[in-house]
Design a protein around this ligand. Structure first.
Ligand SMILES: Cc1cc2nc3c(=O)[nH]c(=O)nc-3n(C[C@H](O)[C@H](O)[C@H](O)COP(=O)(O)OP(=O)(O)OC[C@H]3O[C@@H](n4cnc5c(N)ncnc54)[C@H](O)[C@@H]3O)c2cc1C
Length: 309
């Protein structure tokens, strides 16, 4: 966007907030990373659609939930980051018994809502500190459950502000993997909401399930330091953490980035990690594990933006 388009923004009826040169360390759970050229925080769904209808066709756009699976390189991100978690917050039961959940709703809220309405099987969302949008993009999951197993259909928007209804058949969906199917003509789209289906269950049992899951996380994950959850996908039939530990990489540190002593598939920011420190450590882990075990670990965390010159 050039200045004339920013003027266009000022003259529009948009109700959201546009900020420039925003450190992405403020918006990512690693608390590290470069600047976003612009961040647009829409007021609500309608406002997001209006923004998209007016934005320049060549403006790079990135959807952002809670930034719990994202590393923005220190050279920053050109274009506009769409900050969705506050804007897309609707959550309600529909007449057919499914849960309509907008993309900005955090996993913990969704899990509690489903439990309150006597639904079973949403408990696992409580342990994932991201939004439904991020969980749909990643097919996030844990303890044997995955986001897309619960999806009846999703509502998406393309970069021109046109809304679409899609189903799982429009995507290639796998373990921590969701890709558009070219044959279904899905263009660059962002998730707005999903209709999720859960069987009837018992409220107290679901609450207990959530409690047990959170205690397990506190016991096994380094939640006292900024991190982005598991950095690598588990290779088929194995665990990335086991391989990293076997290579004696626990505690290995580059700058402020350290392989957690508590969970080897977590990289923690010990205070002043840069995105470069984190990415260098990721690369070192990949190279060491490959050299010593022959397994090439695949990154689960999304890495975007330019390296610092
Ligand atoms: C302590 C901790 C524990 C974790 N445990 C788990 C776990 O058990 N299982 C698991 O799967 N993950 C886990 N994660 C990782 C992370 O929480 C999930 O990947 C989550 O789904 C990311 O959601 P988010 O809103 O933070 O996404 P972001 O980090 O904001 O974005 C992640 C990606 O999704 C895209 N995206 C976000 N919103 C949208 C949208 N509306 N439309 C299209 N694309 C979008 C972004 O562009 C980006 O590419 C953990 C992270 C932490 C910090």
């Amino acid at each position: 966007m050039d200045m004339s388009e920013l003027k266009h923004f000022a003259n529009s009826t948009l109700r959201g907030t546009l900020s420039q040169n925003v450190p992405m360390s403020k918006h990512t759970s690693w608390r590290a990373g470069g600047m976003a050229e612009r961040i647009y925080q829409p007021a609500d769904l309608e406002d997001l659609l209006e923004f998209l209808r007016g934005v320049a066709v060549d403006e790079p756009l990135y959807a952002l939930g809670l930034g719990s699976n994202l590393l923005v390189r220190d050279g920053g991100l050109r274009g506009t980051v769409l900050l969705l978690h506050a804007a897309l917050s609707a959550l309600h039961l529909t007449e057919d018994g499914s849960v309509y959940c907008e993309a900005g709703v955090p996993g913990a809220k969704l899990a509690r809502y489903a439990a309150l309405h006597h639904l079973h099987g949403a408990e696992f969302f409580a342990g994932i500190p991201g939004t439904l949008g991020g969980m749909l993009a990643m097919n996030a999951g844990c303890y044997g459950s995955e986001t897309w197993e619960k999806v009846l259909r999703v509502q998406t928007v393309d970069r021109h502000g046109e809304v679409h209804i899609r189903t799982a058949a429009d995507y290639e969906i796998g373990y921590r993997h969701v890709a558009k199917l070219a044959s279904r003509n899905v263009q660059e789209e962002f998730f707005l909401a999903a209709w999720l289906q859960f069987p009837r269950g018992d409220e107290e049992a679901a609450r207990q399930g959530i409690k047990a899951l959170l205690s397990k996380r506190i016991a096994t994950q380094p939640l006292n330091l900024p991190n982005a959850g598991s950095v690598f996908r588990n290779p088929p039939g194995d665990h990335a953490a086991r391989l990293i530990e076997q290579c004696r990489l626990k505690g290995r540190q580059i700058g402020g980035a350290q392989v957690s002593e508590k969970h080897a598939n977590f990289i923690v920011n010990t205070g002043a990690a840069t995105a470069t420190d984190i990415e260098n450590l990721i690369n070192e882990i990949q190279a060491t594990v490959q050299q010593q075990t022959g397994v090439r670990l695949q990154c689960e965390v999304r890495i975007v933006g330019k390296a610092r010159n």
